[in-house]
Design a protein around this ligand. Structure first.
Ligand code: ZN
Length: 713
């Protein structure tokens, strides 16, 4: 049986799916449109029906139908799988669950609880709007500046101060006590101890309302479905805030309030602002800062950020300005840094430190040495508000200050300068030393040399210390940090031995390729380009189901070979997680051709980054059921080969990763060459120029790869 992913891909054409949100124009074998992921006037976004992939040559995003849905709709892989499966009319349970029966039961329960929640929202809302006893609640909301439009938009509600007002209503609607309990809306009454044990039955004593005497903030998931509630006590009730208990719908540590209402605005503004309370979020939306969500009930966790990172890479923290808020902000920053993907970038370790050079320092480091450094693929910053004021106050009373702060958040490093030196006397030697001790390690995390030097200078000025001594101290700090880095040596000589690129045609380039299945296919696809183009024009794209299926099921050989290499690499990593540092600098998610292998590599990365020595024997526990077959396939791939020793393993993994990277670059090269031809024919100089730049970049990367392969032998 074809895998779930293959079945979905065979049933849904990536051109159709992308076409729902991007106006596509056919151009030769591909389709062209304005990229939905960055702002542009001339289209650099392409969909390739033949390979069922898409790529933007402006912002470098790319992938298959799954990647597109994930990025465009802000879903993770599991969500995209559900969405696409539903669309393709296939049942995920049938394919993926080891226990379809139980799966169906859980789904039915979730469905029932969603319905229950919707009914509760309406009831709470009506209570707030109409009941006499909600007068205090209405007055409170008014005193906080919440408009009646916001009350309606957020379906705010009121839970009266009775033991069973909501429960008796819901029981009257046909829900059971068990369902009210599972949904977190009611609790079973404590029975007298003797009574409970003699009667033996559960809940025969009835239930009582979980929320009483509180203003109710319904909490929805990203798709707008109510998953739980937050209740704020009126008056002196304790606790001040009470959230739904953990249920099958409500996962306490990952809930973001107003995410459904903020989703589109976050994508548009390319920023998410995280505030602390319900009221802050409602007020922010009311005053037009709709990219705001509230992190409620707990500190910011990695799970919060996981939901946001598909929508934006800019996270702005706007937590309360008290001491607890400062600690929460530092914690939030760390969690955000953990959650975002890392890009491993090669950083030359040559004597090119401009600051040192400008000061005339001689540094003797080997030429051509490259250090691989992790960069967090995100911009995390902090909203700077007037001292001591909460966001909702600033928004209402000093709106221009709020708007300015939102547009000019404090970069993380500047925030550290403020937060970490608060309370230090920077005129005293002890204060100066402490400031340097606290700030040098964070300065050391900046990969960009120019930026790093600028902050070093800032610190020097701040504590009036000579730059040189700080520079030396920073080097000591860096050496300490580098010990777990990966050093790869690329000598200049090797680089010069195999000149590739710029002037050569893609065909020529591919002919140098001797590894089976890697890159060689790109040349043949070029040779047969004309014929395929004609064919593509003849067939109407969406209606010819048979053609689609043969294309996807009968993946042509070069892709199949690539998948085999991908299986091999995943298998190697699962059996020997220690190989990760050797390959992470070479490839990333986007280099994988297989949807399943790409997602597995993604999961592997995130597990690895969270925990440096995770137990990979149980890797399967992190994997969606739909991908378990691929895990098994990858493990089989490695087991079918003769075992390797330590050095052999490293060599095999590095070679495999390098081949995959090269195959991806060759594919990009082919696509670009093809688009270049189109631009030339159309006489579009600007596009041509842009594509040319992309080509040069690809060729530069190919040169680096080839010199690395040369060294690997
Ligand atoms: Zn783009």
């Amino acid at each position: 049986m074809a895998s779930l992913i293959e079945t979905i891909k065979a049933k849904i054409d990536v051109v159709d799916e992308v076409g729902l949100v991007v106006a596509l124009r056919k151009s030769g074998k591909s389709f062209q449109g304005l990229c939905p992921f960055h702002n542009e006037r001339t289209p650099s976004f392409y969909v390739f029906p033949e390979s069922q992939t898409w790529r933007c040559f402006g912002c470098h995003e790319g992938g298959d139908i799954f990647t597109f849905v994930e990025k465009q709709q802000g879903m993770d892989f599991r969500e995209a799988l559900l969405y696409l499966a539903e669309k393709a009319g296939v049942s995920v349970e049938e394919y993926s669950s080891p226990n379809p029966e139980q799966e169906r039961e859980t789904n039915a329960l979730k469905e029932r609880l969603r319905k229950l929640n919707e009914d509760a929202v309406l009831w709470f809302h009506q209570m707030l709007l109409r009941s006499k006893e909600a007068a205090d609640a209405r007055a409170y909301l008014q005193s906080r500046g919440i408009s009646s439009e916001s009350v309606i938009a957020f379906s705010l509600g009121y839970a009266p101060d009775h033991w069973d007002a909501l429960s008796s209503y819901l029981l009257g609607q046909g829900y059971t006590e068990q369902e009210l309990d599972s949904g977190g809306l009611a609790r079973p009454r404590e029975m007298a101890k003797v009574g409970a044990s003699t009667m033996g039955g559960e809940q025969s004593g009835g239930v009582y309302d979980y929320f009483r005497g509180r203003i109710i903030f319904p909490i929805r998931d990203m798709r707008g479905r109510v998953i739980g509630f937050g209740g704020r006590a009126l008056g002196e009730g304790q606790p001040k805030y009470l959230n739904s208990p953990q249920t099958v719908l409500f996962e306490k540590n990952s809930v973001l309030y107003a995410l459904d209402m903020a989703r589109d605005a976050i994508k548009l503004a390319k920023q998410v602002i995280i505030v602390e309370g319900y009221v802050d979020a409602v007020i922010a939306h009311q005053y037009g800062t709709k990219q705001t969500v509230a992190c409620i009930g707990s500190a910011i966790t990695e799970k919060h950020i996981q939901q946001l990172k598909k929508l934006t890479k800019q996270v702005t923290l706007a937590l309360d300005p008290d001491a607890a808020g400062v600690a929460a902000t530092e914690h939030g920053i760390q969690e955000a840094l953990k959650a975002f993907d890392r890009t491993v970038v090669p950083v030359p370790v040559v004597a090119n430190n401009r600051w040192a050079a400008s000061k005339g320092y001689q540094r003797h480091e080997p030429r051509g040495l490259i250090r691989l450094e992790e960069q967090v693929d995100a911009e995390i910053n902090v909203l700077q508000l007037p001292a001591g004021e909460d966001p909702d106050e600033v928004i209402q009373h000093d709106h221009s200050a709020w708007v300015y702060a939102v547009a000019h958040p404090l970069p993380l490093m500047d925030y550290y300068f403020v937060a970490r030196t608060a309370g230090l006397n920077l005129r005293e030697p002890a204060g100066k030393a402490e400031a340097a001790k606290r700030l040098l390690p964070v300065i050391g995390t900046i990969s960009d040399r120019v930026k790093r030097d600028a902050y070093l200078r800032k610190l020097a000025t701040m504590i009036s210390i000579e730059e040189r001594s700080l520079y030396d101290e920073l080097q000591r700090v860096l050496r300490g940090q580098k010990s777990n880095g990966v050093i790869a040596e690329f000598s200049d000589r090797a680089r010069q031995q195999r000149p590739i690129g710029g002037v050569k045609s893609p065909g020529e380039m591919s002919l140098h390729e001797e590894q089976p299945g890697v890159g060689s296919g790109s040349a043949s696809s070029n040779e047969s380009g004309e014929a395929e183009e004609e064919e593509a024009t003849r067939s109407s794209r969406a209606n010819d189901r048979r053609e689609q299926e043969s294309r996807t099921f009968g993946l042509d050989k070069r892709i199949k070979d690539r998948i085999k290499w991908e299986d091999y690499l995943i298998g190697l990593l699962l059996q020997n997680p220690g190989l990760w540092p050797h390959v992470c600098g070479i490839i990333n998610d986007g280099d994988f051709a297989g949807t399943d292998t790409r997602e597995l590599y993604h999961i592997f990365n995130s597990v690895h980054q969270r925990d440096s020595s995770p137990l990979f024997q149980s890797f399967e526990q992190f994997v969606p059921p739909a991908l378990l077959e691929t895990v098994a396939r990858a493990r089989r791939n490695v087991e079918s080969r003769s075992p390797l020793d330590g050095a052999g393993l490293v060599k095999a993994a590095v070679q495999c990763a390098t081949r995959l990277k090269r195959a991806r670059l060759i594919q990009s090269n082919t696509e670009l060459q093809y688009l270049m031809r189109g631009a030339t024919e159309a006489g579009d100089g600007a596009v041509k120029q842009q594509l040319q730049r992309q080509l040069l970049d690809i060729h530069r990367q190919l040169r680096t790869i080839d010199s690395a392969m040369h060294l690997q032998g």
